[in-house]
Design a protein around this ligand. Structure first.
Ligand code: URA
Ligand code: URA
Length: 276
């Protein structure tokens, strides 16, 4: 926003995006933005690297019946930075390390976020920069976050797997099995109140279901102590802009869930899927 552009032009572009999302009008909800600012003031300082980071190893040899590995005990890793150090910048636990990925893309954002986004896997821009959702889809994700009056820095963003699959193919089951315990630990450390699963792959993978994204979205699911809201992937929205309206409906649901007092179950918190 501070790129020296005429503010009126900026505002016009912003309004155009909201219009593209199918948003009809605006409400200036001071209570909402005010509450978030107050909460931000009570954030604890950045977590420190825990000495436990090298004391753990991932068991890779005991697949369960569904081909998924049992979640390794990562519980001694008591901060995101300890977890990041444990994974290491050049992880070799799955075959993606030999298939052209440049680096591990761990995750980014507020370590105590109320809202977390989970995508599929890094693409080429993310692989270059080591940060999730920085390419075209990521820029759209940033706008989607801003559309509910939050900033990218307020939320936490990660992917089901942390390395780029070659040619942006879908992650394979063995890759997910090895990597997803790290995402689960991130979720357990951040303890978001709401998780948005971005796209078919993330939603189906997290919820252990083959139900189409069109059926999963538009309702809430319970996942690791959070309310999970599936929606379309921003890369899909770039190809199918008409789906932005439904995405906006999902984001309004997210906003209303976040507005509820912690622990409160109001009308928005209707159980819609398998609990895990
Ligand atoms: N798509 C994803 O699913 N994740 C990213 O980080 C970038 C693009
Ligand atoms: N296909 C996907 O992979 N994701 C979506 O969000 C929609 C269709």
């Amino acid at each position: 926003m501070s790129d020296g552009q005429d503010p009126r032009a900026q505002l016009r572009a912003h309004l155009q995006f909201y219009a593209d999302l199918g948003i009809a009008g605006f409400s200036r909800d001071a209570a909402w933005t005010g509450r978030r600012a107050a909460e931000a003031g009570h954030r604890a300082p950045e977590e420190r690297i825990a000495s436990a980071s090298n004391a753990l190893s991932v068991e890779q040899d005991a697949s369960t019946a569904d081909g998924r590995l049992p979640t390794a005990d990562l519980s001694a890793l008591d901060s995101l930075e300890a977890l990041r150090a444990h994974i290491g910048p050049q992880c070799t636990r799955c075959k993606l390390c030999q298939l052209g990925r440049k680096q591990v893309v761990f995750g980014v954002g507020n370590p105590q976020a109320d809202l977390m986004f989970v995508g599929e896997a890094p693409g080429s821009d993310e692989d270059e920069q080591g940060v999730p959702f920085v390419g075209r889809a990521g820029q759209l994700l940033t706008k989607i976050i801003e559309a509910i009056e939050m900033r990218r820095d307020d939320v936490y963003i990660a992917n089901v797997i942390k390395c780029r699959p070659p040619g942006n193919r879908n992650p394979e089951p063995d890759e997910v099995a090895v990597c997803e315990p790290f995402l689960f630990r991130q979720i357990d450390l951040v303890r978001p109140r709401v998780i948005v699963a971005l796209g078919k792959f993330a939603a189906q993978s997290l919820l252990r279901t083959d139900t189409p994204i069109t059926k999963l979205r538009g309702r809430v699911h319970q996942f690791r102590g959070a309310t999970l809201v599936p929606t379309f992937h921003p890369a899909y929205l770039l190809r199918s802009p008409d789906k932005k309206r439904e995405t906006w409906e999902d984001m309004k649901l997210v906003r209303s869930l976040l507005r509820q007092a912690p622990g409160e179950t109001g009308p928005a918190a209707v159980e819609g899927g398998e609990a895990r």
